[in-house]
Write a protein that binds this ligand. Structure first.
Ligand code: ZN
Length: 375
């Protein structure tokens, strides 16, 4: 996901010496089946004192004794289970930050996010807000964070969003759906344990995996493409095709999709996503459609912009026997369409990446509305 990561190209002014982005990356990562058991060893040296807990923000899908017994809790550490049924919100971040501040005399040693894109984004935002004054909504945008976040660790339990590598945390605020894009957003440590993805329901596996696939298509066909993005995007695309179009053993498939997510995230980090993401943000803002399925709902209708990608996508849908819901935009009012169009067009970099600098002449509000009406 994690779209508006970077305005790479937009920051380049031809008449002035080219300015390239100085891009933060995750400095430490562990990959491998069962590596979650190493988490205690990773956290121990980062513990500030016995009064400064680690706070684990965990998808409530894992709210069971078997999971809790595996979390390396010490002293006053706490697990907070959170539902990922809805996209993460700025008010939710503020409430978590207040709760943690009120419950502990010291700032935590760190925040550990365990879950899909929603939990990974919430954990990043909470780590930032615990060390920066004010409300989460004040930091939605580019490079508005002044002080480093608390130490934060990301542990994805589903593959595809790329939230584990991105320098943004996409939040639904009172006025917009937009990321907190900053050099401090990126995780300090990521732990990639493919075993977590064993229990993902099939449709969710597909939709979230397609988020990665669409990252690749939008990055590789975009005008912002460069060798950095391309090298990651091509690898991620190759892995997606193996996972979704070939019959490979389940364990290999889990490993490969986890790496596809990582590489897809790296690819868009140094380029940008495109039309499916811009429209999916509109759907999500107005109707609360979740990111992965929202991308799929839009992408199926984008043949004219991404012919090869959409053909592959339809093959994948068929192979896995996935039926996308229909009639999502039936019964919407003109005002509803205007809201979605405004949210979508607000993400200018995505359109510029997809259609070039004169995108406004190619994509008019009327044309965009007709595209939404197909969904
Ligand atoms: Zn995405």
């Amino acid at each position: 996901m994690k779209t508006e990561d970077n305005l790479n190209k937009a920051s380049i002014t031809p008449s002035i010496k080219t300015q390239y982005r100085n891009f933060p990356m995750v400095p430490r990562v562990i990959f491998g089946s069962g590596c979650f058991s190493q988490l205690g060893d990773v956290l121990l040296p980062m513990r500030k004192s016995s009064e400064a807990p680690f706070i684990f923000l965990v998808d409530d899908f894992f709210e069971n004794e078997a999971f809790v017994s595996r979390v390396p809790l010490m002293f006053n550490d706490e697990i907070i289970f959170i539902s990922a049924d809805e996209e993460p919100k700025t008010a939710q971040v503020d409430a978590l930050v207040n709760r943690i501040r009120e419950n502990y005399s010291e700032l935590p040693s760190g925040i550990i996010g365990i879950g899909g894109g929603t939990l990974l984004d919430l954990a990043k935002a909470v780590a930032i807000l615990l060390n920066n004054k004010g409300l989460a909504e004040e930091y939605q945008g580019w490079d508005l964070v002044n002080k480093p976040a608390l130490y934060h660790v990301g542990i994805p339990t589903i593959s595809g969003t790329g939230a584990e590598v991105s320098r943004t945390t996409v939040l639904l605020g009172p006025e917009k759906k937009l990321g907190i894009n900053s050099d401090y957003t990126t995780y300090d440590q990521v732990l990639l344990d493919p075993d977590f993805t064993k229990t993902v329901p099939k449709e969710q596996w597909f939709y979230t995996g397609m988020d990665c696939f669409i990252h690749c298509v939008e990055s590789l066909t975009g005008t912002y493409l460069n060798a950095f993005s391309q090298s990651y995007g091509e690898k991620a695309m190759e892995l997606c095709e193996e996972v979704f179009l070939e019959d490979i053993p389940a364990e290999e498939s889990r490993d490969k999709l986890m790496m596809a997510s990582w590489h897809g995230g790296m690819s868009i980090a140094y380029s940008q996503v495109g039309i499916a993401h811009a429209m999916s943000y509109g759907l999500s803002y107005l109707l609360g459609v979740k990111h992965g399925i929202g991308n799929c709902l839009v992408f199926q209708h984008l043949e004219e912009f991404y012919p090869e990608g959409v053909a592959l996508f339809k093959k994948m849908l068929k192979k896995h026997n996935i039926q996308l819901p229909t009639g999502i935009c039936a019964g919407l009012t003109q005002n509803d369409f205007d809201v979605m169009i405004n949210v979508s067009f607000g993400l200018e970099a995505l359109w510029e990446n997809a259609l070039g600098s004169d995108w406004k002449r190619i994509m008019t509000p009327e044309r965009l509305q007709a595209m939404f009406q197909k969904i």
